[in-house]
Design a protein around this ligand. Sequence first.
Ligand SMILES: NC(=O)c1ccc[n+]([C@@H]2O[C@H](COP(=O)([O-])OP(=O)(O)OC[C@H]3O[C@@H](n4cnc5c(N)ncnc54)[C@H](O)[C@@H]3O)[C@@H](O)[C@H]2O)c1
Ligand SMILES: [Zn+2]
Length: 365
Amino acid sequence: MSGIDSVTIKLGTASYPVIIGAGVLADERVWVSRLNADGVLIVSNSTIAPLYLARLQSVLEKLNIPHQLCILPDGEQYKTLTTWQQIIDALLNMRANRKTTVIALGGGVIGDIAGFAAACYMRGIRVIQVPTTLLAQVDAAVGGKTGVNMPVGKNLVGAFHQPALVVADIDTLSSLPEREFRAGIAEVIKYGLIMDAGFFDWLQNNTDAILTKDAAALHYMVATSVAHKASVVSADAHEQGQRALLNFGHTFGHALETLTNYSKWLHGEAVAIGMLLACAYGEKTGRTAPEVTAKLNQLLGKIQFDISIPEDITAQNMIETMRSDKKASYAGLDLILLESIGAAVISRGHRPELLLKDFPMEYLG
Ligand SMILES: NC(=O)c1ccc[n+]([C@@H]2O[C@H](COP(=O)([O-])OP(=O)(O)OC[C@H]3O[C@@H](n4cnc5c(N)ncnc54)[C@H](O)[C@@H]3O)[C@@H](O)[C@H]2O)c1
Ligand SMILES: [Zn+2]
């Protein structure tokens, strides 16, 4: 099977493969030995189902596996216990048993809700993630975090529930809205920044191929990102230590998202600016090597990220918001900072007054 990569998430008996390639969704050779189910519930949404459901259904038909559908409305606002209940009801209606498998066909929203329903039904049945956004392929579908939003905050209720298999078909990225695609690239850049300087250089040198969605470039970009997420998740499945490095740029980014009520930026766009702020702050405090921020700025420019921050967002209200983030501790904020490109560290105890003193004001509006 040329053109198909398999990356293993190593978690002992819970290990699973991530299959990456063009056309893997509709390729029954990918599924035949790995889909061990006597029934399937496909969970998708009203945008993705018309595009990709038929491909998955034809594979299941060829493999003689009966399936039911649960098609949800599209949007983050539907990542709730109400839609979770719809999936549970669909499982109850089909009399799902321990050999039933949930297949999540969609972006991170579908993956998170469907994964959480699979985690809960009969205390846990198998879920297969078929991520169709760049963000979901390189991040959300891998690692077993599932959940829903609550009115007071995002992802507050959920469970760790590793998938049995992840099938990342890079062909699905062709229909992804351009803005969603670019936002996903922020998480890709993150892997280069925190753990792979060579990959960061490759991204710098291949932006044209990426932005024109050259198949070989997308394949390499997704496979490399998944391999990095795999190594972090394998070492620290429950985010006790190293997995926290994946939050690079996210403390600043979450503050931007919160202060704008999640209405101005897509998650990846806020993370891109967050990474820039983390680099600039790191440089100001002497923890980050001098040229790092400039290099990131240059790459974000090539991808055409808009890094401007509205005038009403001040350093004070950003820091206040970062403090109330769930990851803040009494001794000060823990931040992920870079020492250099490819080397991230957990840097503890950033007290608000020091954060304010060295805040990279030049990036604020
Ligand atoms: N579990 C984790 O570890 C983890 C990690 C990061 C993010 N997340 C979660 O993921 C969610 C964001 O995921 P997302 O960025 O994939 O957003 P999303 O799932 O909302 O998808 C973005 C949009 O693209 C559409 N879409 C998806 N695939 C498409 C395709 N191939 N062609 C055309 N349109 C398509 C979707 O219907 C949606 O409108 C958030 O809820 C976030 O909390 C989870
Ligand atoms: Zn993220």
